[in-house]
Design a binder for this molecule. Structure first.
Ligand code: SF4
Ligand code: SF4
Length: 293
């Protein structure tokens, strides 16, 4: 059975995608990839994929005003608590689809039944091939919402694309909301990328509380671990209390940003961070005990 591993972080900006791209580069076996960080899908920038297919994604419905029926009374604008309805200089009322949350309140107040909720294309799911295996990611349009549903669509396509592979590696969304919970369903293990700092430690605690509800293996990687030994020690203590192995402490290394700038995984460079990531990849493969086909 194919394993599914998600790299996640309670907090954005911890280097989650850098770690995912490095693991994509060095893990053994036949791999496939899914970028479930649908609001900032950056894995493709580091894996140089060749695009194959684009599948439209329809998220939440949005209100649309039929101009020919509207009597320009303004009741809908007054009722919309998301400020999604505006009046054009010519007098016509319009809906801003970025602001509209599809709540249907405007439909209820419109005396002329001039408003409908219609399907709205919120983005696309993209399938692609990279040198290490198929990649599925998404492009979400601003204000489209429903990123949890889009994560589900990305995973669904990724599972189709990864037939016959040993491991599906997922770049997960930051935070602990619906997209993360969507990412965690059905997976074998998570790698939590954190960094020494009060906010990251707080988010790590919350994330572990949420993820403990799922039956999956946990590992922690501390990025830029040498920037604050005190907080790194606190993270290690917390992980020890929870029985979560810390499988790597990546040092701060300017070579990481240079590799990102060049659009390659940092493991293509000989530097302190890539050497630690090589060890993380080895420990992860051992921990998962998977036998590459
Ligand atoms: S559906 Fe809700 S959010 Fe959208 S325009 Fe109507 S009242 Fe505003
Ligand atoms: S409530 Fe209906 S009729 Fe009145 S401005 Fe809005 S769409 Fe037009």
């Amino acid at each position: 059975m194919m394993l599914q591993v998600a790299v996640i972080s309670g907090k954005g900006g911890t280097g989650k995608t850098v770690v995912t791209a490095a693991l994509a580069d060095i893990l053994p076996g036949k791999l496939a990839f899914a970028d479930c960080d649908v609001e900032a899908a950056n894995l493709a920038l580091l894996l140089s994929p060749r695009e194959k297919r684009r599948i439209p994604f329809f998220g939440m419905k949005k209100a649309v005003i039929r101009e020919e029926t509207c009597v320009v009374c303004g009741l809908c604008k007054a009722a919309c608590r998301f400020n999604a309805i505006y009046q054009e200089p010519g007098g016509a009322y319009r809906v801003d689809p970025v602001r509209c949350e599809g709540c249907a309140v405007c439909m209820g107040v419109c005396p002329e039944r001039a408003i409908s909720l219609l399907e709205h294309q919120g983005g696309e799911v993209v399938t692609a091939d990279s040198d290490r295996g198929p990649l599925v990611y998404a492009e979400l349009r601003p204000g489209s919402g429903n990123s949890g549903l889009l994560v589900h669509e990305v995973k669904k396509e990724a599972l189709k694309e990864s037939e016959g592979r040993d491991l599906l590696l997922i770049d997960g969304p930051p935070g602990i909301g619906c997209p993360v919970i969507s990412t965690m369903s059905g997976i074998s293990a998570i790698v939590i990328v954190t960094e020494p700092g009060i906010a990251a430690l707080h988010d790590l605690r919350r994330l572990v509380t949420v993820s403990s509800g799922f039956s999956l293996l946990h590992w922690v990687v501390i990025n830029r671990a040498d920037l604050h030994h005190g907080y790194t020690g606190e993270i290690e203590l917390f992980c020890a209390e929870k029985g979560i192995p810390v499988i790597g402490k990546i040092p701060f290394d300017p070579a990481v940003m240079l590799a990102v700038r060049d659009g390659v995984p940092v493991t293509r460079r000989d530097c302190a961070a890539s050497r630690e990531l090589a060890g993380i990849g080895k420990r992860l493969a051992e921990g998962l005990s998977y036998v590459p086909g």
